[in-house]
Design a protein around this ligand. Sequence first.
Ligand code: NPQ
Ligand code: MG
Length: 433
Amino acid sequence: MTETATRIEAIELHRLDVPLVRPFETSFGRETAREVLLVHVRTDAGEGWGECVAGRDPFYSSEYVDQAAAVIERYLGPALLREPVAGFTEDGHVSGVLIEDPARSAAVWVDDREQHDGYEPRHRAGGDAAASIASVPLAASVSSALSFVAGHRMAKGALEAAVLDAELRAQGRSMGQCFGAVRDWVDCGVSVGIAPTLEELLDEVTGYLEQGYRRIKLKIKPGWDLVPVAAVRELIGRDGLLQVDANTAYTADDIPLLASLDAFGLLLIEQPFAEEDIATHVRLADACETPVCLDESILDVATAVDAIDRGATSIVNIKPGRMGGYLQALRVHDACRALDVPVWCGGMLETGVGRAANVALAALPGFVLPGDTSASDRYFAEDLTEPFVLGTGEHRGQIRVPDAAGTGVTVREELVRDWATTEPVVIPPGAAA
Ligand code: NPQ
Ligand code: MG
């Protein structure tokens, strides 16, 4: 095995159904199982796994899992299997990789020497996306190799995550090391779905508080907002960290109602209006004290910086899958940090594969609010990897950042087989596109 991955040799897609421990209801729908798409890649230096965050239906975002699998199979996968991969010369030697930062229109040319110098992430403070990206040239080449396809960020992000896992495993480095993690444990919050009754909501929240979660996020929608928020605020007390997420369920007419949430001392209001509607988020931010936080609207570093500049968001929810991958998420983190905008790590009901990488990301210095990085058992009775569990004692309400190579977790391949809904798809090299 060589230490440097220079070529993607094979790509396999696995589709499975993982039952949820309880239904999860949001303003856009009700889930009882997670339809998971896993990408398994083989490089010349070893294998890696990535998880696609797209849901079963195009409700949270336009992307959904059948479509993600199709676009990978038809366009993205074959493009990655074509040789040579960008950034590598004919003989497979690393020649350099162009790293673009759309926020600043800057481009950094990273040469051989920088990539091979003993790279010691613990020696920098964290929050240096360019250095992180330069250290994984194969993963860094994925987004440019796939840029010929418009959109489909979640599909692209799954491929990049798998390549990143493979490349880091070959280097013997963890995601936390690569990203510039500054802590070994991260603070965990929990996202609480819309409940059938107020009583059931309070029971569920009580259970999470007993488990140690450090922050509660309530899903809201018109007709399920002021009353549940008031009740949960009363339950958890004045000092409990509480925020809400509307998943685009409101319109400009609701600005007065949303502003009345100021009475409940929320950390933030997440994405009340449509993904494309930055202007109405600006109006709400001007009309209320509670910080407005965008989720669905933030597609990359450029949209993040723009939304911040326009006053639409003063806190950013970072979801790597929604942004096309962890490397773009690092850029968003750095840009927000430079602008003094707090960020936190969102969640997409990931299995251990995606959760591991999220927890590593959440260990960066700009992640100053607890994430939706809940324990595995918040969603699944059995996870696809060793489960993530909340710590105890001083680590109550926290999850430990994996420190083994790559994601640091092992995919239980027998479960991938047992829970499969279709045969694995092997991407043939040199297909369409
Ligand atoms: C959010 N997540 O922050 C998302 C929404 C979400 C933890 O609240 C399948 C696929 C089900 C994606 C449910 C949390 C989903 C999903 C909710 C995303 O907006
Ligand atoms: Mg959200």
